[in-house]
Design a protein around this ligand. Sequence first.
Ligand SMILES: Nc1ncnc2c1ncn2[C@@H]1O[C@H](COP(=O)(O)OP(=O)(O)O)[C@@H](O)[C@H]1O
Ligand SMILES: [Mg+2]
Length: 364
Amino acid sequence: MSAIGQLVSGVAHELNNPLAGISAFAQLLLAEKRFPPDQRTAAETIYSEARRASRIVQNLLTFARQHKAEKIPTAINQVLDDTLELRGYELRVRGIDVRREYDESIPETMADAHQLQQVFLNLITNAEQAMEQRDGHHHRLTVRTRRGSDAIRIEIEDTGAGIPANLIERIFNPFFTTKPTGSGTGLGLSISLGIVREHEGRIWAENPPQTGARFVVELPITAPRTSGEQTALPHMQSMGSDRLRVLVVDDEASVRVSLQRYLAGKGHEVETTASGEDALVRLKASKYDAVIVDMRMPDLSGEQLFERLRSNDPAHAERVIFTTGDLVNEQMRRFLDGTGRPCVPKPFEFASFDQALPAARRRA
Ligand SMILES: Nc1ncnc2c1ncn2[C@@H]1O[C@H](COP(=O)(O)OP(=O)(O)O)[C@@H](O)[C@H]1O
Ligand SMILES: [Mg+2]
């Protein structure tokens, strides 16, 4: 996994543990029969919000695993222009002057333009926010590039209040923010740091005299590789005989989408459906190596789906992997134990599916 991926997935995993605790305890409360209705509603809200938060975490994990830097020859000035274009409207509305001081002699370098744009976008957005906080000034955003002997230096400078000296060491930490809840996540700079490191570059902040904050990014100048290596894309590696056909049956769209992306990223062939009945139709029509089934679905429960397969289509029943967010349910646990099939609890870690999936493709 990339450096940025490691950072994001580290953060996501850190969040997953407390979230699992919150949702587990909310479920324990919900299992309590003599609860007054208003407290029950409160517990339900805690439970559903914990689930929502864990879906966000899943998305982060998916993002982390998906986004490998794909480095191609890149013109840094062009990426800066594209980013400024993206923020053009906001900058104009806020009356911020944009000054470009580009070194036109900088060569192309191997980089992932998409990721670098993310870095510049974070820096420019921060600059806008810093300047907005300081009313009554004439504000200016300066974007500067310069060619060094073996590196390209990019500076983004604002006329805000600058960064307090005692905070400058901490601003790149994940979740560090001085902005009010809702407006700052504290992730912009830590994600930027991850991306820049992945490009073997450096990023830091300065408080130059007379002006606000200055962020400096230094990227090494790297020439494209001459051999054909580049054409071997990273995700091609996982293709081969371990490529499985997987059907995901879950009524929750975010689960379907994230599992789809994750498994497809591993080179598997994935189909999804929100309906148990539809799953039966598909299973009748063709063969799957694995069927990931949510226990709770509106039309046909995971239990009913499994029972039907067990009597009519035992080969597919042998390929079922259950998922549930409801492992505290005693009855469900007994059912699951009886099937002898694996069950991945929600909120899940994708890696759990790697272990649960069959090792090889089923022979027709
Ligand atoms: N241009 C800037 N001027 C002043 N302070 C800044 C600037 N950019 C970043 N910071 C400080 O760094 C903190 C972290 O930034 P960031 O990681 O982007 O998270 P967020 O913008 O969500 O707070 C900000 O909350 C702010 O205190
Ligand atoms: Mg920010």
